[in-house]
Design a protein around this ligand. Structure first.
Ligand SMILES: [Zn+2]
Length: 313
C-alpha cells in the first residue's frame, strides 16, 4: 500500500474472512473505505488527532449510524459517546440487557447462534452472535477455533449462554493480553475439534432438558488459525509490545505479520514486534501509507511468551 488514505478509523474487521481497517473518509456523507491488511506489506499509521465517537452500529439495519455530535471520547476501548452506546438496539447487542429501545424487539427475535470458542490449547469461552455475522464475530475475537452448537432467537440463545457460564463455569470473556500469550501455543485443527466436541458434549449432559426446548442443535466447526497467518516467523518472536492507546502525533510503522482478532501484528524497523489493538485506533483521524518511520509515545505493555508482562516506558 503506497497510496495515502486519510480518515477516522471505525475498526479492524474481517468481512469475507480477510482483515481490513475501515476508514470513515468523509464523515458528512458517511463514506467508508476498507484497507486490506495483507501479510508482508509495509503499513504506516500516523495519528492525526484525538479520538471522536464513530457512531453506533445498528444490528437491525446492519449499518453504522454516524454520531450526530462527533463527540470526543476517551479512546482505547471507549470509542462511543454515551448517547451512541445506548442508541437503538446497540446496547442490547453488546450486553444482552434489554432496555426497550427502538429496534431491540426485532433483534431479540433475530436468529442467533451460541458457540464455544477455543483460545490456546485449552481455554474455552462461551458466546453468542447474530447468525448473519457469526463467522466475522469469531474471527474478530481471535479464537483459534470454535464450535457453534445451537441456534434460536436472540433471547433464547442468550439464556442458554448464561446457563453455560453460570452452571458449568465456562468463561464469557478473555482479556487481550491472555489471548496474545496463547499465540505461541496454537492448537492443530484435529486437536481443536476434539477439545470443543468434548466441551459441547459436557454442556448437553449437564444442562437441564428444559433449556434445550426452545433452541435447535447445530454442529458448525471453524478453525481460524490459517487466517491469522502468523505461523512461521512469528514463532521466533520472544515478546510483543502491546499498544492499547495511541495519541497524536504517534506514528506506527512496520511490516504486517498478520492479524489476530482485532489485533494487528507489525514487525518494526527496530526488530520489535508490535501488537496494535484495533480498538486503540478506533475514532482517531489517521493517515495510512506504505512508508514511514516508527515513533511512539505513551505507555505500552510487553506480553512475553513465558507468560510474563511488564510495563514499557
Ligand atoms: Zn456518539
Amino acid at each position: 500500500m503506497n497510496e495515502c488514505g486519510v480518515g477516522y478509523i471505525t475498526g479492524l474487521y474481517w468481512d469475507e474472512g480477510e482483515p481490513a481497517l475501515e476508514l470513515l473518509s468523509e464523515p458528512d456523507s458517511g463514506s467508508y473505505e476498507r484497507h486490506p491488511l495483507d501479510r508482508g506489506q509495509i503499513l504506516s499509521i500516523s495519528i492525526l488527532g484525538a479520538a471522536l465517537c464513530i457512531g453506533s452500529f445498528d444490528a437491525v439495519s446492519q449499518r453504522r449510524i454516524p454520531c450526530p455530535r462527533r463527540s470526543p471520547v476517551a479512546g482505547g476501548r471507549d470509542h462511543l459517546c454515551t448517547r451512541c452506546s445506548r442508541a437503538g438496539a446497540n446496547f442490547y447487542a453488546r450486553t444482552g440487557i434489554p432496555t426497550g429501545s427502538y429496534g431491540e424487539a426485532r433483534l431479540r427475535e433475530q436468529d442467533h447462534i451460541a458457540y464455544i470458542a477455543l483460545f490456546g490449547r485449552s481455554t474455552l469461552k462461551v458466546g453468542v452472535a447474530a447468525t448473519w455475522r457469526s463467522r466475522q464475530r469469531l474471527l474478530e475475537q481471535g479464537a483459534a477455533a470454535a464450535l457453534m452448537f445451537v441456534k434460536g432467537s436472540g433471547d433464547d440463545v442468550r439464556e442458554l449462554e448464561r446457563s453455560v457460564a453460570k452452571d458449568i463455569g465456562v468463561r464469557q470473556s478473555i482479556q487481550l493480553h491472555q489471548k496474545l500469550q496463547y499465540l505461541w501455543d496454537l492448537p492443530e485443527q484435529e486437536e481443536s475439534q476434539r477439545t470443543l466436541s468434548t466441551s459441547v458434549d459436557e454442556i448437553y449432559e449437564l444442562l437441564p432438558s428444559l433449556i434445550w426446548e426452545r433452541v435447535t442443535p447445530i454442529v458448525n466447526f471453524v478453525y481460524n488459525v490459517p487466517q491469522f497467518r502468523i505461523r512461521g516467523e512469528f514463532q521466533d518472536t520472544r515478546d510483543l509490545i502491546l499498544i492499547e492507546y495511541v495519541h497524536s502525533p504517534d506514528v506506527i510503522t512496520g511490516s504486517i505479520i498478520g492479524c489476530v482478532g482485532q489485533v494487528l501484528l507489525l514487525r518494526a524497523g527496530n526488530d520489535r514486534t508490535y501488537a496494535v489493538d484495533g480498538r486503540a485506533l478506533t475514532g482517531h483521524l489517521v493517515r495510512l501509507s506504505g512508508r514511514g518511520d516508527m515513533s511512539l509515545s505513551g505507555k505500552q505493555r510487553i506480553v512475553g511468551r513465558g507468560g510474563n508482562q511488564q510495563k514499557l516506558f
